[in-house]
Design a protein around this ligand. Structure first.
Ligand SMILES: *Cc1c(COP(=O)(O)O)cnc(C)c1O
Length: 322
């Protein structure tokens, strides 16, 4: 048994989206609600943290350190996990201190995290500085990688894939937002182990296809080794679509606004402006292009991100009609 703590409410529900399917005249759409994992508004990092926290606690760590963007969902979930387990938390956030404590950044504060700002270029150096400074004052810090995407965090999505199969869901396609690669690598391991015949398609949120595959392919091997297995994948077997990056990370455009509005109005489901809005925009475009058969079952895997909607940067534009 791989050590694991309990943080998430599992299994997350799977729901059908008949009204959105009808509106798009598309395949049978389903959604896996990892926005409902429950930890301080939930998201995909909660699953990863069940495994990462187990290692931190086994190492007798008393402080979690990680890094991300100001509106990082990952950092917010790390802060919440630290609070649950009575650990300290330092977040290295890239960018300027925001004028208003909004969205995830507000929650980071409420959850008691200590925040250090850094430029993107300086981030890795800052992380090491913070880590060493805390060590020298007697803490036992545990460093959680960007997005929680290493072999330990990635295990969670091999497990989540199995959870989906146990719920009786065997889709032809799984579509989701992919960024630091852990979610996708874990799902690929899960798919391989179960000889899944469908397609696992990551919509890249920020990285070009090749760069994301450079992360996912080796991670698949490392995750499977942790499980005591040896699973390899070729670049061709990992499906990444990088056509929806638009103006770049965190830059919400009309496709994301439309996707957020459609999911909300047809299914009462809230997406986020950075990840799931972008992945859903990709899904909608692929449906319109006729990528899927009408008889296909397509599962959109919701990975969370709700609080970012409440950052001023996005609020205003989301009310515009597209
Ligand atoms: C982090 C995140 C992702 C991407 O997951 P990775 O494992 O980093 O690829 C997708 N959606 C949301 C809401 C996230 O916070």
């Amino acid at each position: 048994m791989i050590p694991r703590v309990s943080l998430a409410i599992l299994p997350t529900p799977i729901e059908s989206m008949p009204h959105l399917s009808g509106h798009l005249r598309g395949p049978q759409l389903f959604i896996k609600r990892d926005d409902m994992t429950g930890l301080a508004t939930g998201g995909n990092k909660t699953r990863k943290l069940e495994f990462l926290l187990a290692e931190a606690i086994a190492q007798k760590a008393d402080l979690l350190i990680t890094a991300g963007a100001i509106q990082s969902n990952h950092c917010r979930q790390v802060a919440a996990a630290a609070a649950r387990y009575g650990l300290g938390c330092i977040l290295v956030l890239t960018g300027k201190p925001p004028e208003l404590p909004e969205g995830n950044f507000l929650l980071d504060h409420l959850l008691g995290a200590k925040i250090v700002f850094s430029s993107l270029e300086d981030r890795d150096r800052q992380l090491i500085n913070v880590f060493e400074a805390q060590q020298s004052t007697g803490y036992k810090p545990y460093l959680i990688p960007y997005g929680g995407s290493n072999a330990i965090g990635g295990l969670a999505y091999a497990d989540a894939f199995e959870e989906m199969l146990c719920q009786g869901m065997c889709p032809d396609w799984i579509v989701f937002a992919s960024s630091s690669g852990g979610t996708q690598a874990g799902m690929v391991v899960g798919a391989k182990r179960s000889e899944f015949s469908g397609s696992v398609l990551g919509i890249s949120v920020d990285a070009p296809e090749k760069a994301l595959k450079d992360v996912v392919v080796p991670l698949v091997k490392q995750i499977s080794e942790r499980m005591g297995e040896k699973i390899g994948v070729s670049y061709d077997e990992v499906l990444v679509n990088d056509h929806y990056i638009g103006a770049g990370y965190g830059m919400m455009g009309e496709p994301e606004i439309e996707a957020i509005q459609l999911f909300a109005r047809f299914e009462g489901i809230i997406l986020d402006p950075v990840y799931t809005g972008r992945a859903a925009a990709g899904l909608i475009d692929l449906i319109r292009k006729g990528t899927f058969k009408n008889s296909d079952k397509v599962l959109f895997w919701h990975t969370g991100g709700l609080p970012a909607l409440f950052a001023e940067k996005y609020q205003q534009r989301l009310t515009q009609q597209v």
